[in-house]
Design a protein around this ligand. Structure first.
Ligand SMILES: Nc1nc2c(ncn2[C@@H]2O[C@@H]3COP(=O)(O)O[C@H]4[C@@H](O)[C@H](n5cnc6c(=O)[nH]c(N)nc65)O[C@@H]4COP(=O)(O)O[C@H]3[C@H]2O)c(=O)[nH]1
Length: 822
């Protein structure tokens, strides 16, 4: 029979011996109708040796007291006192007694339990049985049986034998001179034999130098001798076969205690970490968790920062920070100390002094047995630059580098917010270049672009303080300027116009343009971005209407005009749909023969409420909204149709707008009108103004030539009022020049007007072009014009424009007048 079997049998016998006996006794003492047996019936009488193992616990109003205890129990309690609270004995015993008693009391049944206590370094196990009883004195008594089981464990032995770390005790063996020469294994545990790969018998009582294991090597022996010689401890590692063993030794006189741990897995983890760290292309370093001292760096960090390893290992991570970041050092240090594993965006300095922007990621690690932080660094300098470039591009105009419309509006909104809280008053300037389109058309887009860049440069130079200039698109610019009233803004705008209107030297070409500016003041003219921009734009429109190179302030009345204009746009569309337009005809008189040679067709709008509206008022609006194209087609068809009913030889002159040229189907429209009316092409005169030759010159000239090829005649209207009327005569062979009525008006009073009329008539004669004078109102003007050799006249002297129905009468009446005049 084995020792183990004998032991287990003893345990079960003990259990069966006492506990069932007590339980039976308790059961037998329980009388029918009672919930608990009486104390005397259970505990008094035949208990014998069991009485030594029983403590009687009195439950008095919830407080548990030991009212008596047997000798065995007293030994267990290490306390011989009676009538003391359970809480007063040692805590391990008190816990056992309290739990057993309360379970028994609440169940009103015997309660068996097991308890473990440490006595003399041994773990001892006790059987506990609590028997609840009633007492004749009223309180409840619990007889609690305690007995130790035979099985017990030596705690140290248990730990010693079950740990995975090897433990060996060595006795020093000295030579005759007293010098240590070897060590004898006096004690070892199971793990030691396993780690040294020896049977236990080959270790116990053996001397180390007998060999057969890694401890007999000269290095180990030397360290052991050292420890014995000087006392104290040592720790070192051994590589054995495929394993790494970590040895800890401590000398107590001639006895050396040695621990052996297998750190192979740890070493492998460390090796992979090193590989990941050393060979990582991302710059990395390890910092001391408390001081931020750099403890290790990888090659990528050396390459990236340009420092030597030795330099970096003498540095603290804060030494990488440029002076501008030092303010954040304290904060970062605190956060590092608080275990804040930083993930931050900061700047670092390289060895050459250049700064980089980095993202650092920190993670706590144990490094060489101390708290460390592994810091990985991502250089985001390029990314930040790219982001900044994209942000810049999103907010700036690519051609001029000025802020764009979006940025301008954001900034204006921001300034207005600040202004609302009492900051500076603002002026918004809308700036439009005069004649830019001409330069662009004449010199080409590349030159136009250069000119815009030069304009932007001048604008920038004029912006001081918080003032801002932006390019809104095309040749439209805008500025936000602080202002101390209209006068100051007006002076600023006038200065801008003068600066922008000074000649530009672009690639050796001297270019002259002008600028018009509309101004809206905040808060007077608006407090929102949209309102100010809209009002400044209206003021700009007014400046343009005044011929450019001027600035205009927004006035409330402009808003009314804008409203009026919007109404007119709406009204015009409606009028066209409802055929409210009609044509009137004004005779053109041949000066030599004094007879009507033709009629100029003039458009009229008979408004149902407002009466007759002048074309001077609605044609520019119709042009702006594009309505002039279908309206002009209608005029052409209608005029040709009407003229076809007139006597042969009587011509009809029709005005054409530049917008009709832009529509590109003008030639077809004219051909159709002629074809549908069967009017001979030479009886149709098309009057154009210089604006047609100003814009898209080549295309418009081509159209003019095509029209001329149809046989149609082309007249230059309002001659002398434009900038380069003479040069247009060179670009196209006009059939007729119409002298603007402004020259005719003051013919008798102003010698310059006479000189101009004379020059134009002379020009016409020498170029063989008919000259027609407009706006002849008096016979005196007629005499002058005749004297200057003008071929044709038109004006109220003869007739205003009249409806088609009156043409026959006009022809007849003019004949009478003609004979009267003669
Ligand atoms: N003070 C004064 N004025 C005189 C006299 N004789 C004629 N007029 C006016 O002078 C304008 C002559 O037309 P315009 O220079 O082509 O100027 C025209 C022309 O540019 C434009 N227009 C008229 N009808 C059309 C059209 O069908 N198409 C286009 N595109 N423009 C048109 O509207 C302008 C104004 O036309 P209206 O108001 O009809 O004004 C006409 C005519 O009524 C006079 O002795 N004294």
């Amino acid at each position: 029979m084995s020792a183990a079997k004998t032991m287990s049998e003893k345990i079960s016998n003990d259990l069966f011996d006492d506990i069932p006996v007590l339980k039976r006794k308790w059961q037998a003492a329980l009388k029918p109708g009672q919930t608990l047996p009486r104390y005397e019936d259970v505990m008094l009488g035949s208990l014998g040796r069991l009485a030594d193992h029983i403590a009687v616990l009195k439950n008095d109003g919830g407080v548990l007291e030991i009212s008596r205890s047997g000798r065995y129990v007293q030994h267990w309690l290490q306390d011989e006192r009676w009538d003391i609270a359970v809480a007063a004995v040692s805590p391990d015993c008190a816990t056992v007694l309290t739990e057993a008693a309360s379970s028994a009391l609440s169940s009103r049944q015997p309660h068996a339990a097991t308890a473990h206590c440490v006595r003399d370094g041994m773990v001892r196990t006790y059987d506990v049985l609590a028997l609840p009883t009633s007492s004749r004195w009223g309180s409840t008594l619990v007889g609690t049986y305690i007995n130790e089981r035979s099985a017990q464990y030596n705690l140290l032995d248990a730990i010693f034998s079950t740990t995975d770390d090897g433990v060996i005790s060595l006795a020093t063996i000295r030579d005759s001179a007293g010098a240590p020469r070897d060590f004898q294994v006096v004690h070892h545990n199971r793990a030691a034999a396993e780690l040294l790969r020896l049977p236990s018998s080959d270790l116990q009582w053996h001397r180390l130098k007998q060999g057969g294991h890694v401890l007999c090597g000269p290095d180990v022996m030397a360290r052991l001798f050292e420890v014995v010689a000087h006392g104290g401890s040592d720790q070192f590692e051994l590589d054995s076969d495929d394993r790494n063993l970590r040895l800890g030794v401590h000398a107590f006189g001639d006895i050396v205690s040695m621990t052996i741990a297998d750190v192979t897995a740890l070493k492998r983890r460390e090796a992979s970490f090193r590989l990941l760290f050393d060979a990582n292309p991302m710059p990395m370093c390890i910092l001391d968790g408390k001081t931020a001292q750099i403890l290790n760096v990888n090659d990528a960090m050396l390459r990236h920062y340009g420092y030597s390893r030795a330099d970096l290992l003498c540095m603290n991570v804060w030494d990488l920070w440029p002076p501008g970041e030092w303010g954040a050092v304290d904060d970062a240090l605190t956060r590092l100390a608080d275990g804040d594993l930083f993930h931050r965006d900061c700047r670092h300095c390289k060895a050459d002094g250049s700064e980089i922007e980095v993202l650092t990621y920190g993670r706590e690690i144990n490094y060489d047995g101390r708290d460390g932080v592994l810091m990985a660094i991502v250089d985001i300098t390029e990314r930040r630059r790219a982001e900044a470039r994209i942000a810049y591009m999103a907010h700036h105009d690519g051609l001029t580098g000025l802020p764009n419309r979006e940025f301008f509006q954001q900034r204006l909104a921001q300034e207005l917010d600040e202004a609302a809280s009492g900051a500076r008053p603002l002026a918004v300037l809308c700036i439009d270049l005069d004649l830019f389109k001409t330069v662009n058309d004449s010199f080409g887009h590349p030159m136009g672009d250069r000119l815009l860049q030069a304009v932007a440069g001048r604008l920038k130079q004029q912006m001081h303080g918080g003032n801002l200039a932006a390019r809104l698109g095309g040749d439209e610019f805008a500025a936000i300027v602080s202002q101390d009233g209209a006068d100051e803004s007006g002076e600023f705008a006038a200065r801008l116009i003068s600066v922008l209107s000074a000649p530009y030297d672009i690639d050796g070409n001297e270019l002259v343009i002008g600028a018009s500016i509309g101004i809206a003041l905040s808060p007077l003219d608006g407090t929102s971005c949209e309102e100010l921009m809209k009002n400044a734009d209206m003021a700009l429109y007014r400046a343009k209407q005044h011929g450019g190179r001027v600035h205009r302030f927004f006035e409330r009345e402009m808003d009314l005009q804008a409203q009026k204009r919007r109404d007119m746009e709406h009204d015009l569309r409606r009028a066209f749909a409802q055929a409210e337009f009609e044509l009137h005809y004004q005779p053109l008189i041949d000066v030599a023969s004094n007879i009507i040679s033709g009629f100029e067709c003039l458009l009229r709008w008979r408004h149902p409420d407002k009466g007759m509206i002048s074309p001077a008022e609605f044609i520019p609006v119709a042009e702006d909204i594009g309505l002039i194209v279908p309206l002009g087609e209608w005029v052409l068809r209608e005029a040709c149709h009407e003229a076809a009913t007139w006597p042969d030889g009587i011509k009809v002159a029709v005005n054409l707008s530049a917008v009709q040229f832009r529509s590109r189907n003008l030639v077809q429209v004219v051909m159709q009108a002629l074809a549908q009316s069967s009017l001979a092409p030479e009886r149709l005169e098309l009057e154009i103004t210089e604006s047609i030759l100003l814009a898209e010159t080549d295309a418009n000239l081509a159209t003019l030539h095509q029209l001329r090829q149809l046989g149609v005649r082309i007249s230059m209207d309002d001659f002398g009022t434009g900038y380069s009327s003479l040069s247009y005569l060179r670009s196209f062979p006009f059939d007729k020049i119409k002298i603007d009525r402004s020259f005719v008006k003051d013919l008798a009073q102003r010698s310059d007007c006479l000189a101009i009329v004379r020059a134009i008539s002379g020009l016409g004669r020498s170029l063989n072009i008919i000259t027609t004078a407009e706006g002849v109102e008096t016979s005196e003007q007629l005499d002058w014009l005749r004297a200057e050799g003008c071929n044709q006249v038109q004006g109220y002297l003869f007739s205003a424009a009249r409806p088609a129905a009156e043409i026959a009468g006009l022809l007849a009446r003019f004949g009478a007048r003609s004979s009267k005049a003669a």
